[in-house]
Design a protein around this ligand. Structure first.
Ligand SMILES: Nc1ncnc2c1ncn2[C@@H]1O[C@H](COP(=O)(O)OP(=O)(O)O)[C@@H](O)[C@H]1O
Ligand SMILES: CC(C)(COP(=O)(O)O)[C@@H](O)C(=O)NCCC(=O)O
Ligand SMILES: [K+]
Length: 272
């Protein structure tokens, strides 16, 4: 078995593989760099190994462990640790995980995609590879994480390009944080009216309709270039975004496939 860890700017994304079969995915909070910086190398290693085991055990532990005897024996140190495949866009978290004993860190140069530029996020490249491998090429990936990204590749697995804007959560948070008069509002399940009559609804209308219009515009343009392309949607806000898109641009939404596992489909090619 192998544990895969994708570190985004908001959260840790975990995937547990048995052979090449992805058994489960889940998310947890970042580890506090502050809480571990005083630890010795050995203590750090032990802390990370324990973090992995506890993270797995919290995920419907009984079922996972009873169907995977290998996991039940993980706590016995002589049996070694679960190999970890890591992809991170957060350098201090990457540094911390280097203390994990059996780790493999995935970098852009290892990916079989043409035309990658050196500062491209490894998460964007891996979701592109994963979605393209699973759904077919050409492919457009939309990732609704901390940032909202568009990343597209053609039938030759060559990066065409993409775009980056603040994600829904970040837009709402920054409005609340950087103004005196605006609260931080939560995303509603359903999109409210465009011409809002109160502050909270006005923020939701502006942010959500702005993002939805941008997403629709990028998809329309992409389909003009690659009419038969698949369109994959991933990231923490994917389900809400797809609901909003469906209520405003139903034809566009019908083209979109929710792929929460996309980054792990990409990491599947790098298991230890
Ligand atoms: N339990 C949760 N904790 C934090 N964010 C969440 C949670 N559930 C959904 N989200 C949404 O996920 C978004 C972050 O997406 P995510 O894919 O986790 O980001 P990243 O890959 O950048 O770490 C936030 O904007 C937030 O709205
Ligand atoms: C764009 C990102 C911040 C997205 O990160 P995320 O929202 O998934 O945490 C990350 O992919 C990144 O740091 N990219 C480097 C710049 C680029 O991709 O061009
Ligand atoms: K992400």
């Amino acid at each position: 078995m192998t544990i895969a860890l994708a570190i985004g700017n908001s959260r840790l994304h975990w995937g547990l593989f048995n052979g090449n079969t992805l058994q489960k995915i889940w998310d947890t909070k970042h580890l506090s760099i502050h809480a571990v910086h005083h630890l010795s190398q050995d203590e750090k290693t032990e802390f990370l190994v324990r973090t992995v085991i506890e993270s797995i055990e919290k995920q419907s532990a009984q079922k996972l462990i009873s169907t995977n005897p290998e996991l039940a024996s993980l706590r016995k140190p002589e049996l070694g640790v679960l190999p970890l495949v890591l992809a991170s866009v957060v350098p201090d978290q990457t540094t911390l995980w280097q203390s994990y004993p059996d780790n493999r860190i995935i970098t852009l140069d290892q990916l079989p995609i043409e035309g990658l530029y050196p500062t491209l996020g490894i998460d964007r490249a891996l979701t592109l590879l994963g979605a393209g491998t699973q759904l077919g090429w050409p492919i457009l990936v939309i990732d609704t994480g901390t940032a909202l990204t568009f990343t597209g590749a053609d039938v030759n697995r060559r990066l065409v390009g993409g775009a980056i804007l603040p994600g829904l959560g970040l837009q709402l948070w920054s409005l609340g944080e950087k103004t005196a008069g605006l609260p931080v509002v939560m995303l509603p399940d359903n999109l409210t009216g465009r011409w809002a009559g109160d502050t909270e609804s006005a923020i939701v209308s502006g942010v959500v309709r702005g993002v939805v219009a941008a997403v629709n515009d990028f998809i329309e343009d992409w389909l003009g270039l690659f009419p038969n392309s698949h369109i994959a949607l991933t990231g923490g806000d994917r389900t809400l975004l797809l609901q909003y898109l469906a209520s405003t641009f139903p034809d566009t939404a019908a083209r979109v496939i929710e792929t929460p596992e996309a980054i792990f489909w990409g990491l599947n090619q790098f298991l230890i």
